[in-house]
Design a protein around this ligand. Sequence first.
Ligand SMILES: NC(=O)c1ccc[n+]([C@@H]2O[C@H](COP(=O)([O-])OP(=O)(O)OC[C@H]3O[C@@H](n4cnc5c(N)ncnc54)[C@H](OP(=O)(O)O)[C@@H]3O)[C@@H](O)[C@H]2O)c1
Length: 389
Amino acid sequence: MDAFTSNLLGWLCVGVTTLFGVSVFYTAKRSPAEKANLLLWSLLPTLLGLLCVAMLGTGGGLVVFCTMCLISVYLGNRALLPVGDKAVLITGSDTGIGHALAKHLDDLGFVVIAGVLNKDGPGAEELRRTCSQRLSLLQLDVTNATQVKEAYLKVSAKVQDTGLWGVVNNAGILGLPADGELIPMSTYRQCMEVNFFGAVELSKTFLPLLRKSRGRLVNVSSMAGGIPLPRYAAYGASKAALSMFSGVMRQELSKWGVKVAAIHPSGFRTGIQGTADLWAKQEKELIENLPADTRQDYGEDYLLELKSYLLHMPLYCDANLSPVLGAILHALLAKRPQGLYTPGKGAYMPLCIFCYFPLWVYDFFISKMLSPKSVPRVLRTSEAASKDL
Ligand SMILES: NC(=O)c1ccc[n+]([C@@H]2O[C@H](COP(=O)([O-])OP(=O)(O)OC[C@H]3O[C@@H](n4cnc5c(N)ncnc54)[C@H](OP(=O)(O)O)[C@@H]3O)[C@@H](O)[C@H]2O)c1
């Protein structure tokens, strides 16, 4: 490439960058102050680009310029708004992620409104005891329309001066993970009730306040809501519905200045892993509701193994909740929050394989990673018979 062509290319790049900046500036419907800010941020890179090309020649100049752009995009994504007197409502603060988030946001100076399933329970008591006077507790079962309405009245009275900045739909239940054929209909319904309808009703109720503050809606979905995982038909389907709701709301609410994020954590050690007593009760319900021939086909030992999978689950889950707390905090405070966060070990890679590879690659990967060790009774017998042949 001769010097003339290479110079021409360099100026062409700078010209395109300028045109892009100017068109973004003119199409953005923003306040005069924001426009001035935007003008600065579109002029600065253009001037820097011109300077780089003039001083280092086309090749070197463009490399330096592109690197600076990438760094500034990275830094821009990390920029956080001040906490100030921002008020945030969190559901399901009795235990786990919601409980830890309430404490963390309180430490950072937020006005936390912690929704709890049981206002007299140990989780609520601990928040009362350990957090600042700013934190208030709210009796809030997200499946109870009356409690949601009462919560709205209390919160709107409390934040009438400052507004409500954020809502974190965190409350959720797991239900006994099992083959989709075995999960009782009641578990499918409960998962949808809490994980999906609860979050939708709460969001719809509080959106007028969020639109006023141009605030944030954060939906704690799950890794299982973004990819199909064996044994999570009920939980995964309810979380997939929540993630889709989140995506659509993100698009629709952008015109109001409200930013919406979905969080897809992997495994964290919390109350969701339940207790031996809880799983024993759910297992009993599952077995009792099975038709006799299904129970026969799967076999008693396969059914009893479902619970042991759950009892071992905490071993594979991270006790440190900070990745998920960090993701929620970023979604609440970042100037440019992501639409989707995947905190925790192994949350991102399976999603990439699911999105970018043929389905059989994903299914093979999951069968190697997650397939249960035990095999239904009928399949065991037919395997043994085919070996004998
Ligand atoms: N931990 C993980 O590995 C993981 C992974 C992906 C996604 N998540 C999601 O993260 C969120 C928080 O879960 P977690 O892990 O912190 O589990 P957790 O400790 O069980 O917390 C869930 C909280 O929601 C509450 N809750 C249940 N039903 C409710 C209702 N109807 N209304 C209001 N609150 C209700 C629970 O109260 P009780 O304790 O009184 O039942 C509990 O305090 C859930 O949405 C969950 O699906 C967790």
